[in-house]
Structure formats: structure tokens, C-alpha cells
Design a protein around this ligand. Structure first.
Ligand SMILES: *Cc1c(COP(=O)(O)O)cnc(C)c1O
Length: 439
């Protein structure tokens, strides 16, 4: 198991990364301003350009519950596809909450507790992040309060119960607990909620209390740093069997599992290795392939720092017919920059195709993946089929970010033929982008 995280900021080509801006003044934010939300250790990691950062023993002890995560060769999938490609998948679904998210929830809880914080607030969409933070908080004695997007809260009672089992409280968002929530409910009492709204509520509560901080499960640089453990392990595991990928694939919502598997290989690419690094996103929420690279707020209420990233606009509300997750309007600035610098690329996929691939994967490799993960599996299947058509050997490494045991409703919709493919309308994208802050 790696004892250090890898920080891509030490090696990122091109101009330096653009700093986060204060949402009110639009000026670069210093550490003191960020300290209302995050502990100093994470703020330092956020801007650090040190290549290797030690993982504290107290964090390794908890990560060791399920790490190192296994790397599998997908022999049965290869056979079913008749491809000459060698497919490897890194299985992050074996963590207690069932995804890669505890890789960062654990260090975030640890650093907050170490600085005397007693309570963390956060948002969650499908419930993966909320349950990961609930899981992590209990190891360090933290109270965790999760604002869960209302449609998901109603559709996924088991995720909520999982959070409660780990001692957290879970509130449907928009709620009457915050100013942002109350003002949104006054306008639209039936509002289904969105990640952007839930973030605003969690941030508002953290800003109001001295003993409370906010935790974000994706997007930020320190999150990609913590997730780099995925790629570092995969590289070691592949070395042991004498292989190296021609293409590295991950799905992208906010960019954390993709960034995690990608950055150690991006380092190689920056240093001359020839490989492709591919992000798979939904056609219904195409932040990289159809958004713009610009400064935007991370939330609907314009309370988070502004980040320069690929965005569909902070007012973006994903279509409710979309079952595949990955609904965030923005993107990790690191992942955005890797795309802008030509190190990573992105493709978008429709939801019926991703479930075709996920079901094929379940029937060959056994694991039932999360709908999010299914995007990466679909991209992998397409790459393997292309290798077959070209009669070329190819090594594919795909990050399988989590299991789908709480998402069987989405599989049900697929089996009942109720899923529709949905291309986010150009008109909506144009409108959302008009609302981007002018910098
Ligand atoms: C949250 C989640 C994602 C998307 O988030 P990223 O930050 O883009 O990784 C993908 N897969 C699973 C299983 C998730 O829980």
C-alpha cells in the first residue's frame, strides 16, 4: 500500500493553475478566507506543489480496512467481446460504503478532527458521498450532517439509512434549516433539489458555526491528491504482472475517481510516455465535452469559492429522466486543466448504452457496478471493440469506481425499457452559460 499521495500540481504543464476566487469580491482567496470552511492541513494540500505528501499512520490504519483494492484482469469480458485487448479493472466497490469516496472522506475527517472541529456538513446526490463521510466521521468522533438532494432522499431510502447507521443525520434538500433552502422553497415548494442547492445549504451551515466545517467529496485539488492512491496502487499492481496501459479510463462527475486513477499515469505522459487518458461522462450532463472552461460558482447559491473549470453553469439542473448519476455542473480544475493541456480527453455516452455495458460486465465479471461506473465500463467496451476491429493488441485500465447495490432501481428501469437517451439541449446550455460570472 502506498505511504504517500502523488500531487500532480508539482508537474502540471502550462501556466500555473488559476486560484479560487472569493464569490463576493471575485478576488483570489487566501488561506485565511478558506479557513472558515476547511482545516489548514487541507488548505495547504489544496495549493501545495510538493510532489509526494506523506499519508499519516492514523489514516493508513483506516484505509487498510479495504486497501489496497484489488486489480482484476477481465478475462471473461475479453472473451465475450472477442477482443485482443487486455482489460484490467481496479475495483473500488469493496470499501465499506461501496465506492472510491472514502479514500478522501477518511483523510478529510482526520484533518478536521485533528484541528478541533467537532461537526462536518456536506451535501450528497445519490448518497455515496454522504455515506462515505458518515463512515469516516465515526472513526474520529465527528458529528456528520448531510444535505441530500430531495429526489434522491425519496428515491434512495437505503442510502439514508446507511448514513444513519454510521451515526450521521440526513436532511432532504432544499430544507427549512437554512436561508438558502427557505428562499428556494418559498419560490418553489416542490423543488426536487440539486447538488448545487445542497452544497449551498451545507456551506451556509458551516459558515455560521465555529465548531463546524464543510467537506466536499470531489472537484477540489486535495480530493484528487487523496484519490491518487488508486492510480499508484494500479501502477504497482500492473508492474507486478509486467503490463502497462495504452489507455486509462474513468467516469467523471466532479472528477475525483478519474483524477485518482489518472494522475500517476499523467505524470508518465508529461514525461514522454505514449498513452491515452480518457474521461467518460453522460450525454445528459456533458460538462467537459459541451461546457466551457471558465470561472464559475460551485453551487446554485453562489456561496462557494469560484473555480476555473469546465462548467455547464451553476444554474444547471440535470434532467430527471437521467438515471446514470454524474450530475454535477462543474469539474475538478485539475481534470479540466489536464484536458486543456491535451493530456486527458473526454467522451460522452447515452444511458441505454452504459447499462448495456454494465449488464454485460455483471454477466461476465460478476460485479454489478454503479450507474456512474457504467460510463467507464462502456468506454472500455468501446475501446476493446475498436481493438478487435483494428486487429491490434491494446492494454486497457479502467477504474471501477463503485458497486450498484443501492441503484437497482436504475437497473430496473433499464430492464423495463423505461430509460430514454437524452442529449442536453443546446438552448439550455446556452442559457446556463449566459449566467456565468464575468471575470
Ligand atoms: C460519486 C461517484 C462518482 C462520481 O464522482 P467523481 O468525483 O467524478 O469520481 C463515480 N462513481 C461512483 C461509484 C461514485 O460514487
Amino acid at each position: 500500500m502506498p505511504r504517500q499521495w502523488y500531487n500532480i500540481l508539482a508537474d502540471m504543464p502550462g501556466a500555473p493553475m488559476d486560484p479560487p476566487l472569493n464569490p463576493a469580491t471575485k478576488k483570489p482567496m487566501g488561506p485565511d478566507e478558506l479557513a472558515a470552511l476547511f482545516p489548514m492541513a487541507l488548505i495547504e494540500q489544496e495549493v501545495s506543489t510538493q510532489r509526494w505528501i506523506d499519508i499519516p499512520e492514523e489514516i493508513l490504519d483506516v484505509l487498510a480496512i479495504w486497501r489496497p483494492s484489488p486489480l482484476y484482469r477481465a478475462y471473461n469480458l475479453e472473451k465475450a467481446l472477442g477482443t485482443p485487448a487486455r482489460i484490467y479493472f481496479k475495483w473500488e466497490g469493496g470499501s465499506p460504503p461501496g465506492s472510491h469516496k472514502p479514500n478522501t472522506a477518511v483523510p478529510q475527517a482526520y484533518y478536521n478532527a485533528k484541528e478541533g472541529i467537532t461537526k462536518l456538513t456536506t451535501e450528497t446526490g445519490a448518497g455515496q458521498w454522504g455515506s462515505s463521510l458518515a463512515f469516516a466521521g465515526q472513526f474520529y468522533g465527528l458529528e456528520v450532517r448531510v444535505f441530500m438532494v430531495k429526489v434522491s432522499y425519496e428515491a434512495k431510502p437505503f442510502r439514508r439509512l446507511l448514513m444513519e447507521t454510521w451515526g450521521a443525520s440526513c436532511i432532504p434538500s432544499p430544507s427549512d434549516k437554512t436561508d438558502v433552502g427557505r428562499s428556494i422553497l418559498a419560490e418553489d415548494p416542490e423543488c426536487p433539489g440539486s447538488l448545487g442547492i445542497a452544497i449551498s445549504e451545507a456551506v451556509e451551515e458551516a459558515l455560521k458555526r465555529e465548531d463546524t466545517h464543510y467537506a466536499l467529496g470531489s472537484v477540489l485539488n486535495h480530493v484528487i491528491l487523496h484519490q491518487s492512491i488508486i492510480g499508484l496502487e494500479a501502477k504497482k499492481q500492473l508492474e507486478k504482472v509486467g503490463d502497462y496501459p495504452d489507455v486509462v479510463i474513468g467516469c467523471v462527475g466532479g472528477g475525483s475517481n478519474f483524477g485518482g486513477i489518472a494522475v500517476p499515469f499523467a505524470y508518465d505522459k508529461i514525461n514522454g510516455k505514449d498513452l491515452r487518458i480518457l474521461a467518460a461522462e453522460p450525454a445528459a450532463c456533458p460538462s467537459i465535452t459541451r461546457g466551457v472552461f471558465a470561472y464559475d460558482y460551485g453551487d446554485t447559491g453562489k456561496m462557494t469559492p469560484m473555480l476555473r473549470m469546465h462548467t455547464l453553469g451553476h444554474d444547471f439542473i440535470p434532467p430527471s429522466i437521467h438515471a446514470g448519476g454524474l450530475r454535477y455542473h462543474g469539474m475538478s480544475p485539475i481534470v479540466s486543466k489536464l484536458v486543456e493541456e491535451g493530456i486527458a480527453e473526454a467522451k460522452s455516452f447515452h444511458q441505454r448504452g452504459i447499462f448495456d455495458a454494465a449488464v454485460l460486465f455483471a454477466r461476465t465479471e460478476g460485479f454489478v457496478v454503479a450507474p456512474e461506473t457504467a460510463h467507464a465500463i462502456k468506454a472500455c467496451v468501446d475501446e476493446a471493440i475498436q481493438a478487435k476491429e483494428e486487429g491490434k493488441e491494446k492494454v486497457i485500465l479502467v477504474n471501477a469506481s463503485g458497486h450498484g447495490h443501492f441503484d437497482m432501481n436504475a437497473y430496473h428501469q433499464y430492464f423495463e425499457n423505461k430509460l430514454e437517451d437524452y442529449e442536453y439541449p443546446e438552448e439550455n446550455i446556452r442559457k446556463a452559460l449566459e449566467a456565468l460570472p464575468k471575470i
